[in-house]
Design a protein around this ligand. Structure first.
Ligand code: AMP
Ligand code: MG
Length: 543
């Protein structure tokens, strides 16, 4: 995945080519106070200066990809640049204007309330990377908040961005995690218990940070000229392949573009479902136009497989953004995007078709993904649809660790004879996946063993060899995921000034599909103490 860039050019030689600010309309007001920003895509704003930047962690791969050397990463300048204290030549900092639907309701202008883009750097491979500091101080879009971020949420964003990348899930990236030296007050559960926390800044990296809500804001205000300008810019800059063969920007290209967004969004959601990731706040301002996972807030990882689970306490009532509902929510969000770009096309039919395509792409992708998770060489609708749904029902019925289950299932020897294996022998390889073995009823075990027989027969009929099955499964079923309690342990230590666990988790998550025998302790079930602990099983939007 990482391209080999052997000779990084160095931090001071990064080339900036800030197309976003050069091509799009700017807010004419340049002072930094909170306001509604009309007929503009962004506002110029500088990051706040901080007293004592300290690097907690950085991503080697991301640095290399950008052209930043290993020595740069250890330098004082690196800390100063990626905390916002020093602006490199060529950088043109700005905050973006966008809106969004939050929890199903139109929320009006949101915007980069605490994210400041430094500019777009183009690396030796001609890849365009936008650099964005999260938590770098107030902007015109900060509304009633402070524009800052705390260590707790920044550790979570930093680690998860890189973990997702190595898991093969489309995502924005993270270059660095830096303490500011400032204190930030947060009331974590909005229950009247504010405390001082450590301020931090994450430098996020992506080809662009454009969201569904980036388009919605203009349509909602009737600023159709700006909408068209932004759509044209996005297609030309981030989807240039749609303009191959001298195609000019027209309705057909707008539709092809929307279709591509539908497709990449569907593919992203298939990945989320594969690894057990729950975003937690799938508002339209948190949906990337590139189909990347973006805005790591109160996200979570399924420990036990529970389709109804959401980590976000703010969403505890409705559970709008629960694991099992993510595919439908993405569709709903795409519908909002369709509404936003409708004025450029003024025909309903092509949008309907594209949304149907989303469903088809998701379903096809999901079936293939499930087939791979189970080691099948292909998806056969007549037998496999039922095989999958029966399994998922069984997994949800008793508390079963999703990640451990699929890893252990790979060990079930498909070349054994189904008739001679007793139920206990069949269940033996996967026993470790259940949280409470003593709670499993005989009836449940019988039904599970029967499912395993059906599964083995399905593989045997397809002539699948054990070695191939195991390989196929272990390539898509991670051994290591960023379990919620692991991040919390890393945060607890980091708050005491010990960054070792943050860096150890970063290292482990660089190879999530490898056995890493000396790291077994990071691949075990969530411990009992973490079941209801804040940060481990429940998170809020406070960050
Ligand atoms: P989120 O829930 O993180 O997607 O944020 C929704 C909106 O609130 C975005 O416009 C954010 O930039 C803004 N926001 C969140 N936290 C802060 C903060 N501490 N200061 C300023 N704006 C914030
Ligand atoms: Mg957001």
């Amino acid at each position: 995945m990482t391209s080999q860039i052997n000779n990084p050019i160095g931090l001071n030689k990064l080339v900036f080519d800030n197309q976003f600010v050069q091509q799009l309309p700017a807010d004419s007001e340049e002072s930094n106070y909170r306001r509604q920003v009309m007929e503009a895509c962004y506002s110029k704003v500088l990051p706040a200066k901080v007293s004592k930047p300290t690097v907690v962690a950085y991503s080697k791969e991301m640095a290399t990809q950008l052209g930043i050397t290993a020595d740069d990463c250890e330098s004082e300048q690196f800390a100063n640049v990626f905390v916002g204290n020093e602006i490199l030549e060529g950088m043109q900092p700005y905050a973006m204007c966008y809106g969004g639907h939050q929890f199903g309701n139109w929320a009006g202008q949101l915007g980069d309330g605490r994210a400041i883009n430094l500019g777009e750097t183009v690396n030796v491979e001609n890849q365009r990377w936008a650099l964005q500091l999260k938590g770098a101080g107030p902007t015109p879009y900060s509304r009633s908040a402070d524009g800052l971020a705390v260590l707790r949420s920044s550790v979570r964003e930093f680690l998860c961005s890189e973990a997702m990348y190595h898991l093969g899930v489309p995502t924005t990236r993270a270059l660095s995690l830096i303490l500011t030296g400032e204190e930030v007050v947060r009331d974590m559960f909005y229950d009247g218990n504010p405390r001082k926390e450590l301020g931090a800044v994450v430098c996020r990296v992506a080809p662009c940070f454009t969201r569904f809500g980036s388009f919605q804001i203009f349509t909602s205000r009737g600023e159709i000229d700006v909408l068209r300008q932004f759509v044209d810019y996005t297609i030309s800059t981030d989807f240039p392949h749609l303009l191959k063969n001298n195609k000019s920007l027209n309705k057909q290209v707008y539709i092809s573009w929307f279709e591509e967004v539908c497709r990449t969004t569907a593919e992203m959601i298939v990945h989320w479902q594969r690894v057990g990731f729950v975003h937690g706040v799938m508002n339209t301002d948190n949906m990337s136009i590139l189909g990347l996972t973006i805005d790591y807030g109160p996200y979570g990882w399924l420990d036990d497989f529970d389709p109804d689970w959401t980590p976000n306490t703010t969403d505890a009532g409705e559970r709008r953004y629960r694991y099992g509902q993510q595919p439908q929510i993405a569709l709903w969000n795409l519908l909002q995007l369709a509404n936003a770009i409708y004025p450029l096309v003024e025909e309903e039919q092509p949008f309907q078709q594209a949304l149907t395509m989303y469903n088809e792409t998701f379903e096809k992708g999901w079936n293939t993904m499930m087939a791979n998770k189970l080691g099948l060489n292909e998806f056969k609708p007549e037998s496999d649809a039922k095989l999958f749904s029966e399994l998922l029902a069984l997994l949800a019925e008793a508390e079963t660790d999703m990640t451990i289950f699929y890893r252990k299932l790979a060990l079930l020897d498909v070349e054994e004879s189904v008739e001679t294996l007793a139920d206990e022998q069949l269940l033996e390889p996967i026993l470790d996946a259940w949280y409470r073995l003593d709670a499993l009823t005989d009836d449940y075990k019988l039904r599970f063993a029967n499912w395993l027989r059906k599964y083995m027969l399905r593989l045997q009929n397809a002539g699948v060899k054990q070695i191939d099955k195991e390989k196929r499964m272990n390539a898509v079923n991670p051994k290591y995921v960023l379990r919620n309690y692991l991040s919390q342990l890393a945060i607890d230590k980091a708050e005491q000034g010990d960054y070792s666990l943050v860096n150890e988790l970063l290292e482990i998550m660089r190879h999530p599909y490898d056995e890493q025998v000396d790291k077994e302790e990071f691949a075990v079930k969530r411990p009992e103490w973490a079941r209801h602990k804040a940060g481990c099983s429940k998170l809020s939007c406070s960050s």
